[in-house]
Design a protein around this ligand. Structure first.
Ligand SMILES: [Fe+2]
Ligand SMILES: [Fe+2]
Length: 353
């Protein structure tokens, strides 16, 4: 990291020494070197107040002071905890080994003995400031980077979710379904997931993924998909392929959300008793997400009207779901369904066609 000469000379330097004459000497020395922002304090308490509000880029600190010694001042600075901590350069007449080691242990970056060599002081001052400014720049850079990554990730997530919603809508528009069908199925599956004890993140994933359950209908020809009246055996075989088609569309995605949507597309017509399609899976062989979506999808299909059929009375729809526990549906999911029926009806009311 490069620090420009200009930045170094403008750095904020704090000097703390109980003897005014020492302050004057250092102030003059640094001024002569071109440093333009020097704050001198003979009272350490004043210095601490200033330090708290205006973190300096370097502190020159005397050790032997009457009210509060240099170690106590350094300790206060550590408690204030600026990030990054301004370096401390101890300037002291107590230049014995123990003091030197104690100074370095108390957080000082460097130590100089009085009487000091002017040239040595200015060079050490410059080096310490240069290091600190580089540290500050680095910290700023990584914080900025962190922020950018966070924003971009959020944007990417939003784009992904938008794409998923659009895909779901596209599929439903081809079908006789409405846009709100996919929204309701998403919200029903989320509510069921929460009731089952899945965490919020997973429940939210399900809300986003389950609306894609019929995406595979894109692959079904119009004469079958939009046929008025009953499908013949051959047409029905073709229609059932939408589950596999949906899976094929989504299975290779790198996104876990889309992968899960693929699993839902594949399994949402499987039945608990093994009489579903495409694989005729039994019970818990069927992925939980598929089992949840199956209830949500059927409940919505029954309780909403379509151009070709009237909505069932709610009680009848609830009855059918319960009659199908252990046949079409996972019985424990039917139990959860019964427990949150009021919630599901509110979702239905708030998201009607
Ligand atoms: Fe379907
Ligand atoms: Fe559906």
């Amino acid at each position: 990291m490069i620090c420009y000469f200009h930045d170094i000379k403008k750095a904020n330097i704090m000097v703390i020494d109980d003897e005014e004459i020492n302050l004057e000497i250092i102030d003059e020395l640094l001024n002569d070197e071109g440093f333009s922002s020097i704050n001198c304090f003979s009272d350490p308490k004043e210095a601490i107040k200033h330090y708290r509000q205006f973190p300096p880029d370097l502190v020159l600190l005397d050790l032997n002071m009457p009210v509060m010694n240099g170690f106590e001042v350094a300790e206060q600075f550590q408690i204030i905890n600026h990030s990054p901590p301004p370096p401390i350069l101890i300037i002291t007449a107590l230049a014995d080994r123990t003091t030197k080691l104690k100074s370095l242990d108390s957080g000082a970056k460097d130590i100089l003995s009085k009487p000091f060599d002017d040239q040595e002081v200015t060079r050490r001052v410059r080096n310490l400031i240069e290091m600190h400014l580089a540290h500050k720049k680095n910290l700023h850079y990584s914080k900025n980077l962190e922020h950018i990554v966070k924003t971009r990730t959020q944007e990417l997530l939003e784009t992904q979710n938008e794409m998923i919603e659009s895909l779901g809508l596209a599929a439903e528009y081809r079908d006789n379904e409405t846009a709100t069908h996919t929204i309701r199925v998403g919200l029903y599956t989320q509510a069921l997931a929460i009731q089952l004890g899945l965490n919020d993140k997973e429940a939210n994933q399900l809300k986003l993924a389950s609306p894609l359950h019929d995406i595979g209908k894109i692959g079904i020809p119009d004469n079958v998909l939009l046929k008025k009246g009953k499908l013949d055996t051959e047409e029905w075989v073709l229609m059932k392929k939408h589950a596999q088609f949906g899976y094929n569309i989504l299975k290779n995605s790198k996104s876990l959300l889309l992968k899960n949507a693929g699993i839902i597309a594949l399994t949402h017509h499987e039945k608990w008793d093994g009489n579903g399609y495409p694989a005729g899976l039994h019970g818990s062989e069927i992925h939980l997400y598929g089992r949840i979506t199956a209830i949500a999808d059927v409940f919505d299909a029954l309780t909403m009207s379509r151009p070709y059929k009237k909505a069932w009375p709610i009680e009848d729809a609830i009855q059918l779901i319960n009659d199908e526990a252990g046949k079409h549906f996972d019985p424990s999911l039917v139990e959860s369904f019964n427990q949150i029926i009021d919630k599901l009806l509110t979702i239905r009311k708030d998201n009607s066609d």
